[in-house]
Design a protein around this ligand. Sequence first.
Ligand SMILES: Nc1ncnc2c1ncn2[C@@H]1O[C@H](COP(=O)(O)OP(=O)(O)O)[C@@H](O)[C@H]1O
Ligand SMILES: [Mg+2]
Length: 349
Amino acid sequence: MKGRRSHFFSLLGPAILFLTIAVVIMIAVLVYAAADEAFGGNDALIAAVMLTVIVFFALLCIAIDAVRRKITVNGPVERILDATERIAAGDFSVRLETLHPYGRYNEFDAIIDNLNSMAAELAKTEVLRTDFISNVSHELKTPLAIIQNYSAALQDGALDAETRRRYAAVLAATAKRLSDLVSNILKLNKLENQEIRAERTPVRLDEMLAQAVLQYEDRIEEKGLLVECDLDEVSILSDPNYLEIVWNNLLSNAVKFTEAGGRVAVSLKRENGNAVVTVRDSGCGIPKETGARIFDKFYQGDTSHAQEGNGLGLALVKKVIDVLGGEISVESEVGKGSAFTVKLRGGDA
Ligand SMILES: Nc1ncnc2c1ncn2[C@@H]1O[C@H](COP(=O)(O)OP(=O)(O)O)[C@@H](O)[C@H]1O
Ligand SMILES: [Mg+2]
C-alpha cells in the first residue's frame, strides 16, 4: 500500500464506542439516583423512567451513528463506486480526491489512492496501445504503397528488361522490409510478454561478433568503410539467438549511419567479470535531444535514413539486453560518430 495509514484513525472508532457506553451508563446512574430520590419506593415508576431514558439514548446514539456513517462511510463508498463504474466503462480519466492529506490516510484514502494509480496506469497503457497501432499502420502503409506503384508499373508491357529487373528488385526489397517489420514486432511482443526465456549456453562472443561483421561485408564494401575489429577471446553463458539480434542491429545502424569512406570499430574486452562490447562509428552522431528516445519503439531520429529500418531495432536491442541481464549505453557527438557499449553478465563459460 502506498499511502501510510494512521493508527490514530483505527483507534478512534473503538474509543468513541466505549466512551459512548460510559456516558450512557453514567447518565443511567445519575437518572436512577434522581428517580430514586423523587419517587423513592415506587419501583414501577423508577423502572418506567429508566426504560424511557435508555430507549431515548439508544435512539439518539443510533441517529448520531447513522449521520456519522453517512458522512464517513457511505459518502466515500458512493464516490468510489461511481469511480469504479466509470473506469469499468472505459473512462480512465477518473481521479478522486483523498479524504485526508497524505500521512493521515485511513483505509478509504488508501483505496482512493490505489484507484487513482490504477486509472492512471490504464490510461497510459491505452495511449501506448493506440500509439502502437498508428505506428504499425504507418509503417505498413509506406511499403504497401511502393509495392502497389511498382507492380502497377511492371504491368506496362513497354518496359525494357533492365527496368523490369530494377523494379522487381525494389519489390523484393520492400517485401523483405515488410517481413522484417512483422518479425520484429512479433519478437518484441514475445519479449514484452515474457513468453520466451533466455537459454544459457556457452557462447564464444569473439567468434559471434566476427561472423556478424562478415554478414555486412557487401554493404561495407559498397560504402568503402574501414572496419576494425579488436576482439579478445571471451566466452559467456548466454543466449546466442538473442545476442544475434543485438549485434545485427548495432552493426546495421553503424553501417547505415556512417557516410561512405567512414570507419566502424568493434571491440570486445572482459572487464570485472563482464563481457564489454563496443560498436563505434564515425557517422552522423546522435543529437542530445534525440539520444533519450532512440530506444523507444518506432523512434527514428535521422529522417534522411527513414527509408531503411522502422525504428524498432534499438527498442528490440534494449529489451533483449534487459532479458539477458546486461546494460547498454551510448556516447555520441553530432558529426563525429557514436559508440554503443553493451555490458553482459553471464559468467565465464
Ligand atoms: N550508429 C548510429 N549513429 C547515428 N544514429 C543512430 C545510430 N544508431 C541509432 N541511431 C539513431 O537511433 C534511431 C533508432 O535506431 P533504430 O531503433 O535502430 O531504428 P532504425 O535503424 O530503424 O532507424 C535511428 O533512427 C537513428 O536516429
Ligand atoms: Mg536500426
